[in-house]
Design a protein around this ligand. Structure first.
Ligand SMILES: [Zn+2]
Ligand SMILES: [Zn+2]
Length: 565
């Protein structure tokens, strides 16, 4: 070894040692944590204490920022830079801020919308700069697959184009790449993307080792699917299992979109109306075959599309939703009927008669079915003992031949509906139905008499079904939810994914009117050429009231409850 190469060798060792030391200790330093918290929106630049020369943070802001980060990341909220917090800050992650705008932290854990979305559903994209170390065709396939994650649950379509203009431009870049938001080499920030109001483009750090179907390196498909979520208007979710959570979790061989992500994207673009395949842009490389079962397209002559009136609807303890009609039952996906349905009640729920009146699953995990003067209790799919029994014995105070039943999320009590009246049943009270019942259904403002079915759904809303319509009840305002299209809506379209069935009874089309050039986002106040995801996007945060109504968490105001519960 000559002098020169020895020198280089030592320099190399030094660099490697230094890098190893940095990787271990860097996030532990308060300085790095401060940079991290500022970069991802937890510390505003104003938080620096001016009285100490602008170098020291006020202790309050510091602690609050750490607490907010810990809360967002699902850690123990200590307000201190403990090991768990330091380790989480060292995870590879998306470069987009967690907190888009301040002051929206009262929401419960769930997806967040940035405040802009595309006006059109047919979107185009182009990969104008490919990664150095991957084959172009493979990248094309992975990118199409990542878009298909979102088109599977909405009517969005994504078409690859070779020339401009396109909606979403995709580039693999390193370091500074022209948008003032440089990449940081391997690890750390993996990618970032712009919300629709800022153009929708997605950039990937090409210093990462992008891989396909491999546990090594960083999985391109997963990161791309996440970034495209931003391109479509989703912010980071504080639900840990969500794709839109900010941290890279490592390769997931059986990727599946979380229900939180599905709710988020459908809040922006609605449910998928045509329950087939995964959109034209996805082609055959869509993830549906591998990851989730594609829902069956109900034919127009299917019983449920022709006459969407149902007998009962309920959730099982594992979160699946079922609709019962006459002698058949249907398992429901987020937007349609699951593959392989309908099935016969006599085969799926042995011992249960056809044409039931009502059903619900109670918090003991048992499902109760009602018909005439009798009820049946199931543990999963097995009849749970000596049933049927008489309603008058097991549910004293509740009439026979009920229309609908549900467990209301507002108080966990059981509600029965029949004609123009309803009863509240509390198994822990004696008597379980208070003497002040029944009460008029009209207490549920806007809900008609003689409903067919009722359901407290997993998103915190209560749904009432009657004939071919359903109503979404906002438990917070205690009235029918305000949305576009308005409620009631056709059940066939929104719940069963019936082909060719209308999405509304009258009024406007699904999206508010606007120009249809497709490039402008819906809420483009002040957009200019402000193409930076790290800006405080305050101008874009004031979302449309339709979106706000979708976002409202189901908070139950005790004052409202006191009126009549
Ligand atoms: Zn992100
Ligand atoms: Zn960039």
């Amino acid at each position: 070894m000559d002098k020169k190469s020895t020198k280089m060798f030592i320099a190399l060792i030094l660099t490697t040692t230094l890098m190893a030391t940095l990787t271990e200790s860097a996030p532990a330093s308060i300085n790095h944590a401060e940079i991290y918290l500022s970069q991802f929106g937890y510390l505003s630049p104003k938080a620096r204490n001016p009285s100490s020369g602008g170098n020291l943070l006020a202790q309050d802001s510091w602690e609050n920022a750490i607490k907010e980060f810990q809360s967002f990341a699902g850690l123990n909220i200590t307000g201190e830079l403990d090991d768990e917090t330091v380790q989480t800050m060292a995870l590879p992650r998306c470069g987009v801020k967690d907190k888009v705008g301040f002051g929206s932290d009262t929401r419960s854990k769930r997806y967040a919308l940035q405040g802009s979305r595309w006006k059109v559903k047919a979107l185009t994209y182009k990969i104008s700069k490919y990664p150095k170390r991957l084959n172009k065709d493979d990248v094309d396939k992975e990118v199409a697959k990542a878009f298909a994650v979102w088109s599977e649950y909405t009517d969005l379509t994504f078409t690859a184009k070779k020339s401009n203009p396109v909606h979403i431009d995709i580039r693999f870049e390193t370091g500074e790449h022209g948008d003032g938001d440089p990449f940081d080499g391997p690890g750390g920030t993996l990618a970032h993307a712009y919300f629709p109001v800022y153009g929708g483009d997605a950039h990937f750090d090409d210093a990462e080792q992008w891989t396909i179907n491999s546990a090594r390196g960083t999985n391109l498909f997963q990161v791309a699917a996440h970034e495209f979520g931003h391109s479509l208007g989703l912010s980071h979710s504080d639900v840990r299992s969500a794709l839109m959570a900010p941290f890279y979790r490592g390769y997931d061989p059986v990727f599946r979109l979380d229900s939180d992500d599905i709710q988020g994207i459908q809040a922006l673009y609605g449910r998928k109306s045509l329950a087939s395949g995964s959109g034209s842009g996805a082609g055959s490389s869509g993830p549906s075959a591998k990851t989730t079962k594609a829902p069956t397209v109900l034919r127009d002559d299917d019983l449920l599309c022709k006459n969407p009136k149902i007998d009962a609807i309920f959730n099982t303890p594992d979160g699946a939703s079922y609709a019962f009609k006459e002698d058949k039952y249907y398992r429901l996906t987020e937007n349609a009927v699951a593959e392989g349905y309908p099935k016969l009640i006599s085969e799926g729920w042995p011992g249960l008669p056809n044409n039931i009146d009502a059903a619900f699953t109670y918090k003991n995990g048992k499902t109760y079915f009602f018909k005439g003067s009798k009820y049946w209790r199931y543990n999963g799919r097995s009849l749970d003992g000596d049933y049927p029994k008489e309603i008058s014995e097991g549910f004293t105070g509740v009439p026979d031949n009920v229309d609908a039943a549900m467990v209301w999320g507002g108080n966990g009590k059981i509600y029965f509906f029949k004609g123009s009246k309803f009863w509240r049943f509390d198994p822990l009270k004696r008597p379980p139905v208070k003497s002040t019942y029944p009460k008029p259904v009209s207490n549920w403002e806007g809900i008609p008499d003689s409903i067919d079915a009722a359901l407290q759904y997993t998103n915190g809303y209560t749904y009432f079904f009657k004939g071919d319509k359903y109503y979404r009840f906002n438990d917070r305002t205690f009235s029918i939810d305000q949305a576009d299209p308005a409620f009631p809506r056709p059940t066939a379209h929104w719940w069963f994914g019936c082909k060719n069935s209308p999405s509304q009874f009258s009024g406007n089309f699904e999206l508010p009117p606007g120009s249809d050039d497709g490039v402008d986002p819906l809420f483009d106040a002040d957009s200019n050429d402000h193409r930076r995801p790290h800006d405080d996007n305050n101008a874009a945060v004031s979302a449309h009231s339709t979106l706000i109504s979708v976002l409202l968490p189901a908070i139950f105001l005790s004052s409202i409850r006191l009126l009549w519960h």
